[in-house]
Design a binder for this molecule. Structure first.
Ligand code: FES
Length: 153
């Protein structure tokens, strides 16, 4: 579980202005081993930015990149934009579904991998692209994906 002191430490990196809320949410989420905003994180965000918890919850639930549920140690985000999908991205989603019984927004039973479908990752020239936590991988195919997944522990 993420310590309150760690959440506070992250928040202190940002001035308590509204334009920093999303950045702070991402930072807290990225530093949580389950890649989500816990109830405690929502409480601390609410106090720090002087908004109600309901308002913080509303902001967090609006952005698809922010999760309010615990996720896997590794978040595999596959670009679902038409360019990537038509150049092999669809096969990557099929691989997850057939081999790991994983659809977007679900997590393997062992808590290791969560799958996400995301918008363009800005690497359209080297489609299809995926993101594993913060690392982008381009020109993906099923073989490369299998190799990457093997190394996740
Ligand atoms: S369309 Fe997939 S990275 Fe841009």
């Amino acid at each position: 579980m993420q310590e309150i002191s760690e959440i506070k430490q992250i928040l202190n990196k940002y001035s308590p202005q509204k334009e920093n809320i999303i950045k702070a949410m991402h930072d807290i989420q990225n530093n949580n081993e389950h890649h989500y905003l816990s109830e405690q994180a929502l409480d601390e965000l609410s106090k720090y930015f002087k908004l109600t918890k309901g308002q913080i919850y509303g902001i967090a639930s609006y952005y698809s990149m922010i999760s309010l549920k615990p996720r896997g140690k590794y978040i595999v985000s596959i670009c679902k934009s038409p360019v990537c999908t038509s150049k092999g991205g669809k096969k990557l989603f099929e691989y997850f579904e057939k081999q790991l019984n994983l659809k977007p927004k679900t997590t393997t039973d062992d808590g290791l991998i969560s799958l996400e479908a995301v918008e363009c990752l800005g690497r359209c020239g080297k489609c299809p692209s995926i993101l594993i936590n913060n690392q982008v991988y381009t020109e993906m195919n099923v073989e490369k994906l299998q190799q990457l997944l093997k190394n996740l522990k």
